[in-house]
Design a protein around this ligand. Structure first.
Ligand SMILES: NC(=O)C1=CN([C@@H]2O[C@H](COP(=O)(O)OP(=O)(O)OC[C@H]3O[C@@H](n4cnc5c(N)ncnc54)[C@H](O)[C@@H]3O)[C@@H](O)[C@H]2O)C=CC1
Ligand SMILES: O=C(O)[C@H]1O[C@H](OP(=O)(O)OP(=O)(O)OC[C@H]2O[C@@H](n3ccc(=O)[nH]c3=O)[C@H](O)[C@@H]2O)[C@H](O)[C@@H](O)[C@@H]1O
Length: 434
């Protein structure tokens, strides 16, 4: 069975690799020539653990090919999967322009038997809308399946190979059955739904997870003033199976290419139907405040940040990715520099992408030690595993002042005790001054 995938971002690429790994013949198509050239040479355009080795093995087995040619990629494709971006538009709604263009692009090559699958995250009603575009262009009925993706960046390979569930939404049973067969080798639970419910499942999932994070962040803020410890609270709360332990990590808010835009897009959908989804407004407001928290703590501690040197550890929106989209580090870097502080940042993989976003408002260090040398304070912004394993006892000795603001609650009391002399501020946990 020949499968074509449009878009070689996180979702398109992971999907292409996953489907070829389970034995299908996959053509990945992208309009970006440089990406395709790199991919043909086995170079992944994104940092994603495990992806390049699967790329190599599937390309060697000739099950996975890359092209910018629609003709080459789409001719005789039985299944066409669209995984192009749906970024946030100016009014908060999902911008469907890439999807509309992809629909027009594929129309010349679809056959009556082709099944078109939308994997991009799209508002309710979009599959039907895209169907009308394709049918208007090609002149015959086509079959659509909504198949939203739930992978996380940093664990995309694992998440696509072992998904918690696969959602297939279609108003056409035969089409849904064919896509179910395509996924059978994964042995994953497959849930069939109507097309609109499938679209809604994706937004309801992301908005729930984002709300869970904002909830624990509010609890963390309360813990700070009442003298409780959010780590213990989250542990106790999460052990209740009805609540679950995941996504109760308090910190400086959620970022990334999806939660911020998807919560806003769902809110926009609600407003289109005159539904006041006020809880989502709070989720967003809490997250905006949370992203300002480290800077507020620094201002409270120092009074004035003018001339202070702040070492920033971590730039990407989460560990194991080089993605800077909506990373809390962006707001933090802007606030600190606007207040006259000098920021020297280190990240294991995101520095090149950070330079595109932050330019020269901050300095980029080549190691943690470079960043931290002579710093007045250290801010931990992304919880890369290598940061948690650092020898903080010798690190703080390189600083002007041994003051740590930990936005991800990475450090434990024992590590701090080993430092001898340190001030430690984290999120929702007691301040430690040794
Ligand atoms: N990044 C993530 O972790 C997840 C993303 N999603 C959703 O999946 C969709 C894609 O997200 P990403 O992979 O992050 O996007 P991305 O922005 O990283 O990549 C999109 C790719 O599509 C290509 N493209 C645009 N128009 C095209 C066309 N007409 N034909 C062929 N290629 C075209 C672009 O050149 C780009 O390489 C979005 O709707 C997103 O919300 C869903 C789950 C996880
Ligand atoms: O639609 C999407 O694009 C994806 O969005 C998220 O995946 P991702 O953005 O890659 O990363 P997450 O691990 O969910 O983290 C998102 C943000 O929340 C923050 N977070 C996460 C968990 C937590 O307990 N606390 C917390 O602050 C992270 O630091 C990060 O900034 C979802 O987890 C995926 O299921 C979904 O497919």
């Amino acid at each position: 069975m020949k499968i074509a995938v449009l878009g070689t971002g996180y979702v398109g690429l992971s999907t292409g690799v996953c489907l070829s790994e389970i034995g299908h013949h996959v053509y990945c198509i992208d309009i970006n020539e440089q990406k395709i050239n790199n991919l043909r040479n086995g170079i992944s355009p994104i940092y994603e653990p495990g992806l390049e080795s699967l790329l190599a093995s599937n390309m060697t087995a000739q099950r996975l090919q890359f092209t910018t040619s629609l003709e080459e990629g789409l001719n005789d494709a039985e299944i066409i999967i669209i995984a192009v971006g749906t970024p946030q538009g100016d009014d908060g709604a999902a911008d469907l322009s890439y999807l509309e263009q992809a629909a027009k692009d594929i129309s010349k090559y679809v056959a009556a038997s082709s099944i078109i699958v939308i994997k991009s995250t799209v508002p309710v009603g979009t599959n039907e809308y895209i169907q009308t575009i394709i049918e208007a262009e090609c002149g015959f009925p086509v079959q659509m399946v909504s198949n939203p993706e739930f992978l996380r960046q940093g664990s995309a390979v694992q998440d696509t190979m072992k998904p918690d569930r696969i959602i297939l939404g279609s108003n056409d049973k035969t089409a849904a059955e064919k896509i179910r067969e395509m996924y059978l080798p994964l042995n994953a639970p497959i849930i069939l739904a109507d097309i609109r419910s499938a679209e809604m499942i994706k937004y309801a999932s992301n908005a729930f997870l984002a709300t869970k994070i904002s909830y624990i962040n509010e609890i963390a803020n309360l813990c700070e003033v009442v003298g409780a410890n959010v780590e213990d609270v989250a542990n106790g709360v999460g052990k209740d199976k009805r609540i679950g332990e995941a996504f109760l990590q308090a910190g400086i808010g959620y970022g990334g290419s999806c939660f911020p835009k998807d919560v806003k897009a769902l809110l926009h959908t609600a407003s289109l139907y005159q539904v006041d989804f006020s809880m989502l407004k709070e989720t967003i407001a809490i997250n905006d405040n949370q992203q300002k928290l480290l800077v507020k703590k620094a201002v409270k501690r120092f009074g004035d940040l003018q001339g202070k040197k702040i070492a920033m550890l971590g730039l990407s929106f989460k560990p194991e990715t080089d993605d800077m989209r909506e990373a809390p580090s962006i707001k933090i870097a802007h606030s600190l520099t606007q207040m006259g502080a000098e920021v020297v940042a280190y990240d294991p993989v995101a520095i090149n992408n950070a330079k595109q976003v932050l330019g020269d408002i901050i300095t980029y260090a080549s190691s943690v030690y470079d960043a931290i040398s002579q710093a007045d304070a250290l801010m931990i912004v992304t919880e890369w595993k290598e940061f948690t394993q650092l020898d903080f006892a010798s690190l703080v000795k390189k600083m002007n002042h041994p003051i740590i603001f930990d936005g991800r609650n990475c450090l434990e009391e024992e590590q701090l005790k080993a430092c001898g002399n340190v001030e430690y501020y984290s999120i929702g946990r007691p301040v430690i001054i040794i």
